[in-house]
Design a protein. Structure first.
Lengths: 536, 206
């Protein structure tokens, strides 16, 4: 034991191994360093995606051409979508916080397959570069939208192959991360940490990992088919050769709807950690939260058809998909009720992570309820492919996953970097961001209801007012984002040293120093009969 | 390879890596599962054309390849047992036979595909699109995609077995640390079982 303790003195940020500097990071198999590698690469891609989104909003400031023509606008929303979906929200919380925290939360020294974990990150980077290559080289930037719908995706003259292949590689990275987490949770829980005592973030990672494992290969092979179609003309999705483009849509959404749950489940998990800590109270309905996680993961597989209500499907199929869509809303609602019940009669500690978590619940509620509008058959036909869909989607994915991500970074920041951020600036950043978010996306609900279609660089004069408001919102949001980033980057370097447990959390990561030592624990912890993640 | 930039992870968990392999197999099954779904949909829509197109395939070569893969699955299973009993030369011999059978499978596949190409049957060929019906084009499209993807898996399996043999030879994989061979075996069985489904779907059902 003595020898491990000596080796384990240096914290993971300072540790000097075989390689120095940057190489010591990109060849490190330490789960904490890999988590940070993901954080930095995702933050970079997120910033690129934000800039593209900003450009789109600027284009929509006035009807007609403002800063770009139709083709550039198509390319911009395609690249914005591909970056934000495949490189930011799908890896999202599991890749950053899952990697960093999962082993610590279950009392392990690392994930089950550390080298595979590093390979996942390398594949991620390879996928990023492939997609970027599609932008810089070749006949033109992809313009199909992030969904790569057939037959346009193999008819368009733009540079689809690297983009599609890049998405495939990113999917492979996601599968390997999921596989790694599943084995880790099954095999490496410390003594006494029964399934019924796992922190809820770990449970959501578990559910997510199953979706990653079972849904991602579906889109993987579908993207390969698109590539083969472009290269050789095999005819699978080509109506001229007997193929069926609707089949492509089915296969695409069989993955891409569960992918929405890949994005949101870990976000819910992070919120389930933050709410009890800042209410200083046991989580309400621990088992209900686990059951709802698994129910979402399972039912989420069976609802993909609601993306295709107008694409041509039998009436019977439409009824089932609509019904299942309503059913999948129930476990999400259970979670919301449980979070609110947790706060009830708790001693609430108003800190930045709590603000983010509370605003998460607010925007998630609006996003979820507007999802029911889209899940209802008749209403769906009315608002299909309008700005309403864009608003709903961003409320869920940006408002849901994005807010949870910011909540998580503000919650675990002292643990990750060993320093505390400036709380006043963090709160300022949050409120500016929150106001910007509401101003940006709320008008889109109205615009969609009034009939403004999505994915056009132009619109009718009557939609001008709402679009001006929305564009101003995008500027406010970016201001908030800059405040947050500057505050966090600055604090990671010169912030005051953080304590081991600044929020009085009860999960295992708060029992190790901030930042954690290389191997997390000097001795593998052991949980007694009465220990648990939320025992306040 | 084993050393990283910090402490050596001397963490060996045979059960864990086997679970990991099974999870990977689930992924693979869904990968092929999509293609089987596409096959079923198009077979349902074009049953006559699929019947006609299937007559073009050589059932004899298909059957020979099926037998080859079944035998190779047996030899890799036997080599695992041999390793557990500590018989290193016999383990290497049996996995070597598996390797050889896999290569023979690929050679057969090469001649089979080559003959199709000679007849102008390959995706996107003028002959295919001009003389065959849409259903037949789809059949051959699926035939090349599915057997092609399967052949790719054979190649991956062969690489995996070669690496395993190299590690058995250098003593890194032995009776107490047999997980790599067991996992290669599992993967090889997966490749085998997918072929067991491909063979009747393309060659036998006419």
């Amino acid at each position: 034991m003595n020898s491990t303790s000596i080796e384990n003195v240096a914290n993971y940020l300072k540790y000097k191994g075989k390689y120095k500097g940057l190489l010591g990071w990109i060849f490190s198999t330490d789960h904490k360093r890999i988590g940070l590698l993901y954080l930095y690469s995702m933050a970079t891609m997120f910033s690129v995606g934000v800039l593209l989104g900003l450009a789109m909003k600027l284009e929509l400031l006035a009807p007609g051409k403002t800063i770009m023509d139709a083709q550039s606008y198509n390319a911009t929303f395609t690249v914005h979508g591909v970056i934000m979906i495949f490189m930011v929200v799908v890896p999202g919380l599991p890749a950053v916080f899952g990697n960093f925290l999962l082993p610590i939360m279950i009392g392990a020294k690392d994930v089950a397959f550390p080298k595979l974990n590093l390979l996942s990150w390398w594949l991620y980077v390879a996928g990023v570069f492939l997609v970027l290559a599609a932008l810089l080289f070749g006949p033109g930037t992809p313009d199909t939208g992030w969904t790569f719908y057939a037959p346009y995706s193999f008819k368009t003259g733009t540079n689809m192959l690297p983009a599609v292949f890049g998405a495939f590689v990113l999917g492979f990275s996601s599968i390997l991360t999921g596989l790694n987490f599943l084995v880790t949770i099954h095999r490496l829980r410390c003594p006494g940490l029964k399934w019924s005592k796992l922190p809820l973030f770990v449970w959501t990672l578990y559910g997510t990992a199953w979706i990653q494992l079972l849904a991602t290969p579906v889109v993987g092979i579908t993207l390969v088919l698109i590539a083969l179609e472009r290269l050789f003309g095999v005819g699978i999705f080509d109506p001229a050769m007997g193929g069926d483009p609707i089949l492509y849509q089915h296969l695409f959404w069989i993955y891409s709807h569960p992918a929405v749950y890949i994005m949101i489940l870990p976000a819910m998990g992070a919120i389930s950690e933050i709410i009890p800590t800042f209410s200083q109270k046991h989580i309400f309905g621990y088992k209900a939260l686990i059951a709802s996680t698994m129910a979402i993961a399972f039912v989420g597989y069976l609802v993909w058809g609601h993306h295709m209500f107008t694409a041509g499907m039998s009436g019977t199929a439409q009824y089932y998909f609509s019904l299942l869509t309503f059913i999948v809303a129930i476990p999400s609602a259970i979670k919301v009720f449980n979070w609110i019940s947790t706060m009830y009669k708790g001693s609430i500690n108003l800190q930045t992570p709590f603000y983010w978590a509370a605003s998460f619940i607010f925007v998630f509620l609006i996003g979820g309820l507007s999802g029911l509008v889209l899940g209802a058959l008749a209403a769906n036909i009315y608002v299909h492919d309008t700005a309403f869909v864009v608003a709903h989607f961003h409320y869920i994915v940006f408002g849901g996953t994005g807010f949870a991500f910011f909540a998580a970074i503000h919650y675990w920041f002292p643990k990750i970097f060993g320093r505390m951020y400036d709380k006043a600036w963090a709160n300022t950043g949050w409120i500016v961001f929150f106001i910007g978010f509401l101003t940006l996306y709320s008008p889109m609900f109205y615009l969609g209801m009034m009939g403004m279609p999505r994915r056009y660089y132009d619109y009718l004069q009557e939609f001008h007012g709402g679009n001006i408001l929305s564009t101003i919102g995008s500027w406010v949001l970016v201001t908030g984002f800059i405040i947050i980033i500057v505050n966090l980057v600055r604090s990671a370097r010169i912030g005051p040293k953080a304590e081991m447990n600044p929020w009085n959390g009860k999960t295992l990561e708060w029992t190790v120093p901030s930042p954690p030592p290389l191997e997390n624990f000097d001795e593998i912890p052991e949980l007694g009969e009465n220990d648990g993640p939320y025992n306040y | 390879m084993e050393k990283t930039n910090h402490v050596v992870h001397d963490h060996y968990d045979a059960e864990g890596s086997k679970i990991g392999m099974w999870f990977f197999i689930f992924t693979e099954l869904l990968l092929f599962g999509v293609l089987f779904v596409i096959y079923s949909v198009y077979r349902y829509m074009n049953s006559d054309a699929f019947h006609l197109a299937a007559l073009e395939l050589d059932t004899f070569i298909g059957a020979v390849n099926t037998i080859i893969l079944l035998v190779s699955s047996m030899t890799i299973a036997m080599s695992t047992t041999a390793l557990q009993k500590g018989n290193k030369p016999f383990t290497l011999l049996l996995s070597g036979i598996t390797l050889l059978l896999g290569i023979v499978f690929l050679v057969n596949k090469y001649f089979e595909w080559g003959a199709k190409f000679d007849h102008g049957i390959y995706p996107g060929s003028a002959h295919l699109t001009e003389t065959f019906s849409q259903g037949e084009i789809l059949f051959f499209g699926l035939y090349f995609i599915m057997t092609g993807l399967h052949a790719l898996h054979i190649i991956i399996g062969l690489v995996l077995i070669s690496v395993t043999m190299w590690k058995i030879n250098s003593g890194k994989v032995h009776a107490e640390r047999a997980a790599l061979l067991e996992n290669s075996g599992l993967y090889w069985h997966l490749v085998d079982i997918i072929w067991i489904f491909l063979f009747p779907l393309f060659y036998l059902i006419t």
